[in-house]
Structures are given as structure tokens and as C-alpha cells.
Design a binder for this molecule. Structure first.
Ligand code: GLU
Length: 368
């Protein structure tokens, strides 16, 4: 992959890359990584870092163990460790004359359109000033139900929101293998992935336990978000000296290629949703209509799963339970339950008030 063609680059750093087994920050590694970033900036690239490590650094500061920490305790620990984490970046990056900023995001910040636009604006302003924003999830306020919990998907969603050209997930293996390389010497590193098909999912399951906290599943989920939002994504080993230089030189990593390149920003945001609130199952006629660029009408809806409100993100699935689109619903799940299967002209009579004709208007709908 030619990095030269990428202008806006997001790099995600997992805790295991930044912090050693004893919980100590890897100073030498970050120093070399800062040189990599400096080189990218010299080449006029804009760089955003998504960094884990707040909880691990907080544990090191308090001299407590990370394993078995309850959610509320880990939130408290994250508030301590986040300062340590940023202090580590600040001192190291200062020496390379790289200016940084801290951005802490919650799931709502990316999933609510207005807030996601705000986040984009802030990040774009920072990049225009030559700053490297360092993003993490706001672990101190996020609760289990409204939490990313892994920075792989957060990094993908940030990449989509800021229209990044590429996301590099630095983990502690070279990429996606066909089998566990620690057990099977014949295993092969997959260089490029166009479609995340059953084979890719099989390899991901086989190699699940060789990856850090997020595992392979969250990396594949991140790749799906990137592919649908026109962003290249790499899973690469961050443990090399000057890891970015190494990836660019030897290309020993797995690249996921984008599937869609021309969606507008709003549609990219719709397709990249990480927390759809429910789903509607539609008949074959409706699938055909969506394929022809039409809106989803109540007549084609067979079934609803989940509870959602008007304006929420929902998935659209065919009768084989295969996802065929995503969109913002114009009706709540309770309303759709009443009007499903009916002609649009009947909506007013059934609900007792007039409203839109479409369950999802074509402007709010993206085919998968
Ligand atoms: N936000 C968490 C932290 O900073 C890390 C989440 C992850 O491991 O991806 O500790």
C-alpha cells in the first residue's frame, strides 16, 4: 500500500504496545514512534492517534492489579491513568517538537449526528493547526451499556467521522493469519482483504486468542466500518523499532480495502453506526425496491426486532436474516409494529395522525 496517497491517517495504539508486562510505560518504543510521527508530519500528513492505556497506567500509578477490577473501580482508575498517559505522550512528543491535544469521546459523541459533527470540527481544527490529537474513550463516564469498551471500533468510527484515508491498528501480531502462527508453522499472513467473507471470519475465530484485549473480533468490526466508509485499514505489528516506517517498508501486515468510496459524509456516518437500536426484516419485493434506490415502505416490513425510537439507527435485513441496509427510522418500533405490511396511504388511519410515508426515507438509508 502506498502511504503517499494518504493524507489523513489515524493510528490506534493498544495498551500492550505502550505498556510492558510489568505495567511500565515503554519509553524507548514511544520515542521511536514519535520519530515516525515526525516523519509523517514532514511529509505533510495529518495524524490522529487513538491510544489505549489509561486503565493500565492508572493501575501502575496506584500499584494495583488490572485483572478483576470492577467497572466502577476501573472508571476511577482510568481518570488517574489518563493523566499519566497524556503526560507520557506529552514529554516524549515535546522532545520531537510535536504538539498534541487530548480528546475523550463517549459512544454518544460518535452516535449522535450533531455531536459527531462537532467532534469532526474540533479534530479538523486541531489538524489544521498542526496538532496531533490523541483520542481515547471517556472511560470515566461511560457505563457498560453505552460504552465502546475497545478502541478498535472507536478508532474506526473516528476515522469515518473525520473522513480519514487510512487507519492503522497497531497490535502485537503482524496481521490476520489463516491459523495461529504460534501453533501452526504453515500458517499464512493474509496481505489484503477485499470482502470480509466466511473464510476471513473463520481465520479471525481461529486466531482470536493471539490478539490483545479487543481480540480479532473488534478488529474485524473496525474493518467493516472502514470498508463501508471508504477508508483503508491495516492490522500491523507495533512492536518493531519505528513501527510505521517498518510497515511502510516491508508491508508485513494485513490491509482491508475500502468497498465504497463515494458516499457522502452523512451516509458514511449512517453506515458506520456501532450501536444500531434494532432491526426490521423485509420481504423480497422491498429488497428489490431498495436495490433500485427506493425508500423502505411499511408494506415491505415483515418483522421488527428490538425497541427503538424515531430517528434511531436500525438495521434492515432480508428474510434470510442477512443485513441489506442501514438507516435512520422515521417511526418508533411501536409504530412500525402497527403499520407493518400496510399500504402507506393507511398510515394516517392506523396511527391516528399523519406522518411520513416511508419507514426509512432513501436519503436516510444506505445499502450494505
Ligand atoms: N480505553 C481503555 C484504556 O484506555 C482501553 C480500551 C481498549 O483496550 O481498547 O485503558
Amino acid at each position: 500500500m502506498q502511504i503517499d496517497k494518504f493524507k489523513k491517517i489515524v493510528i490506534k495504539i493498544g495498551s500492550s504496545i505502550l505498556i510492558d508486562e510489568k505495567g511500565k510505560p515503554k519509553k524507548k518504543w514511544l520515542k521511536e514512534f514519535a520519530q515516525d510521527i515526525k516523519n509523517l508530519i514532514r511529509k505533510k500528513k495529518q495524524v490522529v492517534i487513538v491510544s489505549s492505556g489509561a486503565i493500565a497506567m492508572g493501575c501502575e500509578y496506584l500499584k494495583i492489579r488490572k485483572n478483576g477490577l470492577k467497572v466502577d473501580k476501573s472508571q476511577a482508575v482510568a481518570s488517574i491513568g489518563q493523566i499519566e498517559l497524556m503526560d507520557f505522550y506529552k514529554k516524549t512528543f515535546d522532545r520531537n517538537r510535536i504538539k498534541i491535544s487530548q480528546i475523550l469521546l463517549t459512544l454518544d459523541d460518535t452516535e449522535q449526528r450533531r455531536r459527531s459533527i462537532n467532534a469532526r470540527r474540533t479534530i479538523d481544527n486541531l489538524l489544521a493547526m498542526g496538532i496531533v490529537p490523541i483520542v481515547n474513550e471517556n472511560d470515566t463516564t461511560a457505563t457498560t451499556e453505552i460504552k465502546y469498551g475497545d478502541n478498535d471500533r472507536l478508532a474506526a468510527r473516528v476515522s469515518q467521522i473525520i473522513s480519514a484515508d487510512c487507519l492503522i491498528l497497531l497490535s502485537d501480531v503482524d496481521g490476520l493469519y489463516t491459523d495461529n502462527p504460534k501453533k501452526n508453522k504453515q500458517t499464512k499472513l493474509i496481505k489484503t482483504v477485499k470482502n470480509i467473507d466466511e473464510n476471513i471470519k473463520k481465520y479471525a475465530t481461529k486466531t482470536e486468542n493471539i490478539y490483545g484485549s479487543g481480540g480479532m473480533k473488534t478488529k474485524i468490526d473496525a474493518a467493516k466500518i472502514c470498508q463501508l466508509s471508504g477508508c483503508y485499514m491495516a492490522i500491523a505489528n507495533g512492536n518493531y523499532k519505528n513501527p510505521i516506517k517498518e510497515i511502510l517498508k516491508n508491508q508485513k501486515c494485513t490491509w482491508f480495502l475500502p468497498r465504497i468510496s463515494k458516499l457522502d459524509a452523512r451516509k458514511q456516518w449512517i453506515i458506520g453506526s456501532v450501536s444500531p437500536k434494532g432491526e426490521v426484516i423485509i420481504d423480497n419485493g422491498a429488497v428489490k425496491a431498495l436495490n433500485n434506490g427506493k425508500s423502505l415502505l411499511p408494506a415491505g416490513v415483515k418483522k421488527i426486532n428490538g425497541t427503538f425510537e424515531k430517528g434511531d439507527h436500525i438495521l434492515v435485513k432480508d428474510q434470510n436474516n442477512i443485513e441489506c441496509a442501514r438507516g435512520l427510522t422515521s417511526f418508533s418500533s411501536i409504530e412500525i409494529e402497527k403499520i407493518k405490511g400496510s399500504h402507506s396511504s393507511k398510515i394516517k388511519n392506523i396511527l391516528g395522525y399523519s406522518s411520513r410515508e416511508e419507514i426509512i426515507h432513501k436519503d436516510d438509508l444506505v445499502k450494505v
